[in-house]
Design a protein around this ligand. Structure first.
Ligand SMILES: C[S@@+](CC[C@H](N)C(=O)[O-])C[C@H]1O[C@@H](n2cnc3c(N)ncnc32)[C@H](O)[C@@H]1O
Length: 289
């Protein structure tokens, strides 16, 4: 721990923010690497004559901030971590940085299965950093989960995130194309969740450079219309889900009605488009018969 005067720190902070960037990314850097939360900082700043403790020196924090500004690299990749729900997850450019709007997918599951002692058998397709599966495995300790991804590097990060933060052993990881690594579990899954790549090709080309240049293309691009992967997941779901099993999908802001139709075409019932906190139909859910 390094001890530094509040005055010096605030002066340094002002200088860093004057170079550009946004306050959220800067606060993220301070919290994840410096060990200072925003509420900590607010308290400390009351007494300008006081001192504060940092986990890393200002030069080190500044070098990360400069790299972030120079290359437009997401601060989470530079810091090597992200916060998602109550999890602190390791992230590298091999995995998508899990988004705040995706947090709601876990609440949708809570809503469908309010009893946390439930012995669910769930599968997450395209787990990336493992965020969704890890949150579910923690929340339902008597459940068993299967988390898949086509990218072995992503799976290694997800596995590490799980083993670093849990003594449980109720989540297993499988590499392969959507449902294919789960052949032996056909007809046995209570609940399947996926936040697949759903960005249409034209939109992908226009993504901000901090996303397009750094986050894995395989995690974002959903083919020409964005629905390439969603279609495959829905079409094969009836083979893997138990009768009345739920499929919960995240989709792009304007895909809800099309995804709903895909659910209907594949004999799902109880289909709903669930809005995110901005009122966008971000999730489509249904039950297999
Ligand atoms: C949008 S990211 C979601 C990651 C994570 N679940 C989250 O919500 O942050 C989509 C994930 O699907 C994986 N993926 C892409 N194509 C796949 C495929 N054909 N089969 C399995 N996983 C795939 C990507 O590697 C990526 O990790």
């Amino acid at each position: 721990m390094l001890c530094i005067s509040v005055k010096e720190f605030l002066c340094w902070k002002k200088e860093q923010l004057s170079k550009g960037g946004d306050i959220q990314s800067f606060s993220f850097l301070l919290e994840s690497i410096g060990g200072i939360t925003t509420s900590n900082l607010n308290l400390i700043s009351i007494n300008l004559e006081g001192y504060l403790h940092l986990k890393k020196n200002l030069e080190y924090l500044e070098s990360i901030w400069n790299e972030h500004l120079l290359k437009s690299c997401p601060i989470q990749y530079l810091c090597g971590i992200t916060f998602w729900r109550d999890l602190k997850l390791k992230v590298t450019n091999k995995v998508l940085i899990p988004r705040p709007e995706t947090e709601l997918i876990v609440d949708i599951v809570f809503n469908k299965y309010p009893n946390k002692s439930e012995k669910l058998f769930f599968a997450e397709l395209g787990t990336g950093s493992g965020a969704i599966s890890i949150a579910l495995a923690f929340a339902y300790p008597f459940s068993n989960g299967l988390a898949t991804d086509i990218d072995q590097d992503a799976l290694e990060i997800a596995t590490k995130n799980y083993t670093d933060f849990s003594k449980q052993s109720n989540l297993k990881f499988y590499c392969g194309n959507w449902w294919s690594p789960l052949e032996i579990f056909k007809g046995k899954i209570d609940l399947a969740i996926s936040n697949p790549p759903y960005i249409p090709k034209d939109t992908y080309e226009k993504l901000p450079k901090e996303v397009k240049n750094f986050e894995p293309k395989i995690a974002l691009l959903g083919g020409e219309d964005g629905l390439k992967h969603i279609r495959k997941i829905i079409q094969k779901a009836p083979l893997y889900l138990k009768e009345k099993g739920w499929l919960i999908l995240e989709n792009h802001f304007d895909q809800g009605e099309k995804v709903k139709q895909l659910f209907i075409n594949n004999k799902f019932t109880s289909i709903e488009i669930v809005k995110d906190l901005s009122g966008i139909g971000r999730f489509t859910i249904g039950r297999y018969k």
